[in-house]
Design a protein around this ligand. Structure first.
Ligand SMILES: Cc1ncc(COP(=O)(O)O)c(C=O)c1O
Length: 384
């Protein structure tokens, strides 16, 4: 850190929210208001020029041939599986340590989520265990690029080569992340992204997009998001209504050019946290996030691990005005709605321990050094 007087600075700046979108809005206010006005004047609200422009830009950004807008990241997952004909009796391998939507999309189609435990260091699917979970019913493997860092894609892609199994990337948290130079969403058959407002690229409401290099899949996805219509009133199959609206696309078109610098700033803040935490001489064990050397982590979240003390530290930070959150406190195999799958406590020890021990700290591009210093100082003042 540039200024080693950070502990004094921290004293004056105690309240740090988990995320603050006001500063981002202030920096783009004029452009956003003009874009919204443009849509209002056009009175075209669904799948118009703004959506087309966004689809083109996102395909370019993600280094894919196609991008297809839809109503949310959750719908993107559902549409991806629909386009791959996932149905009752099929199995989809995924991680139990993710947002609910990952497994919900599988279950929604009557298919069976098959969970494989995560890697302790990255919290992503432990790809070395996936082969053992493959059966003749496996139709898709769905890794999640959690917190903004890609899962080990090479191992998965090798595994499915020539096997009729597709890889769908849940890249909802990872737009712009890379694995050996390849962008998230460009490696599997389909990539799924969320524009939920808190994401690195967030809209002013719900939104999502799908990426693919396959022409036929892109065509099918476009049809499926509009009720499976070949034309407005002719339907070759049953799809869903999941269109991206023009207001969201207009907002996202204004924000997209800033995405890389925001993600760089997040990564810089993450590196500074890790350095400060290492130098803080803590009285309890705290493990900083591990960044793969062969990828780009966009730090959608900066997640620490605090064995034994997570909940107490969280309470302490709350009392000091620091916002934190647990992503995710209940692994998917322990959710009541998935009890029919027959999993039990202890089946995925790494996911269960991550659910008990991890904690997300505030991280956003506009966060100041002083705010970071007060977070670290608040952590340092926690005694165990
Ligand atoms: C890993 C993951 N998958 C899917 C989703 C669903 O995205 P949305 O909230 O846009 O439906 C999210 C959103 O938080 C997510 O984090």
């Amino acid at each position: 850190m540039a200024d080693d007087n950070w502990k004094m600075k921290a004293f004056y700046c105690m309240n740090v929210p988990l995320l603050d979108l006001q500063a981002q809005y202030a920096s783009l206010r004029d452009g956003l208001q003009q874009a919204i006005e443009r849509v209002m004047v056009s009175q075209r609200f669904v799948l118009g020029d703004e959506v087309r422009e966004l689809e083109k830009s996102i395909a370019e950004y993600c280094q894919t041939k196609h991008a297809i807008g839809c109503a949310s990241g959750s719908d993107a997952l559902l549409l991806a599986l629909m386009a791959l004909d996932v149905k009752a009796g099929d199995e989809v391998i995924t991680t139990p340590f993710s947002f609910f939507a990952t497994a919900a999309a599988i279950a929604r189609l009557g298919a069976k989520p098959v969970f494989v435990d995560i890697d302790r260091q990255t919290y992503n699917l432990d790809t070395s265990r996936v082969a053992d979970a493959i059966t003749p019913r496996t139709k898709v493997i769905m890794p999640v690029h959690l917190y903004g860092q890609c899962a080990q894609m090479d191992q998965l892609l090798e595994l499915v080569e020539g096997d009729g199994i597709a890889v769908v990337e849940d890249a909802a948290q990872a737009i712009g992340a890379t694995d050996k130079g390849r962008r998230a969403g460009s490696m599997g058959k389909v990539g799924c992204f969320s524009f939920y407002p808190t994401k690195n690229l967030g809209g002013a409401g719900d939104g999502g997009i799908l990426t693919t290099n396959d022409d036929a899949t892109a065509h099918r996805l476009r049809r499926l998001r509009a009720h499976g219509g070949v034309t407005e009133y002719e339907h070759s199959e049953v799809g869903i209504n999941s269109r991206l609206d023009e207001l969201q696309a207009a907002v996202l078109n204004v924000k997209l050019p800033s995405l890389d610098s925001w993600s760089e700033d997040r990564a810089k803040k993450a590196a500074l946290y890790s350095q400060m935490l290492q130098e803080a001489d803590l009285s309890f064990p705290l493990i900083a996030p591990q960044v793969r050397a062969d990828g780009r982590h966009i730090f959608h979240q900066y997640v620490i691990r605090v064995p034994g003390n997570r909940d107490a530290l969280m309470e302490h930070l709350k009392s000091r005005g620091v916002g934190t959150k647990v992503y995710y406190p209940i692994p998917l195999h322990r959710q009541e709605c998935f009890s029919y799958l027959g999993y039990k406590e202890g089946d995925f020890p790494e996911s269960e321990s991550a659910a008990r021990e991890t904690l997300a700290l505030p991280v956003y591009p506009e966060m100041t050094d002083e705010q970071q210093a007060s977070v670290v100082e608040a952590i340092r003042s926690f005694q165990r």
